[in-house]
Design a protein around this ligand. Structure first.
Ligand code: XIL
Length: 357
């Protein structure tokens, strides 16, 4: 009795130890890379525990912030590449697939970009010149080093229409085609992507599919659709995720999960009672921890089922401590905890990857 108990405990420890040692990148199917969005402390090396984990686990990186418009071009006549250069070098040194995020977006873009003379909004020609200069300069700088670019981010509204972003308002709907044209001119070998969230919602997905079909009809290069995959425990459903990848891949493009995380916190209004808004301030109950593990197992099940379509899975942050989803609360959306220990969700993903048929 005692002996078998020891054997069982011993086996359990062995399995746990084996999980500790295993690297996600070694378990992914051929043709599907696995990555993580990294921050400044990571690519500059000050967070050395994180650097070790990233180096061991992943073969692709995305820049959480440093390659956005505002940090790379804070003013019309000023580009700042110190941080971005370090980000790119981090990946090159480790032979990782380095992704660029993002060239044209309504957010994290300086107000100056959209301003014309005498405080009026910039006109179409001015905006196109600024867009071309930015894309040429940034994409050109990393030619041959950045594998693929999120050329345009979040351009479609929830109802499937064009988002009225300052780019769209100032240039017109063809601003997206122009962005892809400029990016391709700047690096003809780079892959080019359209990236957005809530693609499991049918109306929005239809809008995105229409957009990429229009780009293809214009004979522009576009290689993939990025599905951000900022998801929750119960939504979208596995069926919806499944249907979405099939439809997106139906365009003939690759599908990538570019910003994966599972938000465990409720969507509460500002000023809501902390016990409601921040329910896990003192730690995550084991039951929710297990639900998160099952959720990750299920979504990786879909990724594997569609391995013909899916070429990349990228987590939006390394550990729970790094996640953008905390914002003053305690969230637990990723595979590693605040001490950088693997969570049950990590083991669940490893099991799914190991048992793939
Ligand atoms: C987020 C970063 O994680 C935060 O650090 C930053 O404050 C805001 O942007 N969709 C995107 C990402 O395409 O660029 C966003 O990243 C998250 C939502």
């Amino acid at each position: 009795m005692m002996k078998s108990l020891i054997a069982i405990v011993g086996f359990g420890l062995l399995v746990a130890a084996a999980h500790q040692d295993v690297a996600l990148k070694d378990l992914m199917p051929k043709g599907m890379v696995i990555g993580v969005a990294i921050n400044q402390r990571q690519f500059e090396g000050t967070d050395s525990a994180a650097v070790d984990l990233i180096t061991k686990q992943f073969n692709q990186i995305s820049p959480e912030n440093v390659l956005k418009f505002q940090p790379t071009q804070p003013a019309a006549d000023r580009y700042t590449f110190d941080a971005a250069d370090k980000y790119v070098q981090f990946g090159v040194d480790r032979h990782m697939q380095v992704v660029g995020h993002t060239l044209v977006w309504h957010s994290q873009t300086g107000a100056w970009v959209f301003e014309g003379a005498d405080g009026k909004p910039a006109d179409r020609d001015t905006l196109l010149l600024r867009m071309r200069d930015h894309i040429r300069t940034v994409v050109g700088r990393y030619k041959g080093k950045i594998h693929g670019w999120d050329v345009v981010n979040e351009a479609i509204d929830e109802d499937g229409s064009m988002r009225k972003s300052p780019w769209q308002v100032g240039i017109g709907d063809d601003y997206i085609a122009k962005a892809f044209e400029f990016a391709h001119d700047a690096d003809p070998d780079a892959e080019l992507y359209y990236n957005d969230f809530n693609l499991e919602k049918p109306a929005k997905r239809a809008g995105v599919i229409k957009l990429v079909q229009d780009l293809k009809a214009r004979k522009l290069r576009i290689d993939g659709i990025g599905n951000q995959a900022h998801w929750r425990l119960d939504t979208p459903t596995i069926d919806e995720i499944d249907r979405t990848v099939v439809e997106l891949h139906g365009t003939g493009l690759k599908v990538m999960y570019t910003e994966l995380d599972i938000n465990l916190l409720p969507n509460t209004p500002r000023g809501a009672d902390p016990s409601v808004a921040n329910p896990y301030a003192n730690g995550l109950p084991d039951e929710i921890q297990q639900q998160l593990a099952r959720r990750y197992a299920d979504v990786f099940g879909v990724f594997l089922k569609h391995r013909d379509a899916v070429t990349r899975v990228t987590f939006w942050g390394l550990s729970d401590a790094d996640s953008w989803l905390n914002r003053g609360r305690m969230n637990f959306p990723l595979l590693w905890d605040r001490q950088r220990q693997p969570k049950p969700a990590f083991n669940a993903v490893v099991d799914v990857l190991r048992n793939r048929k």
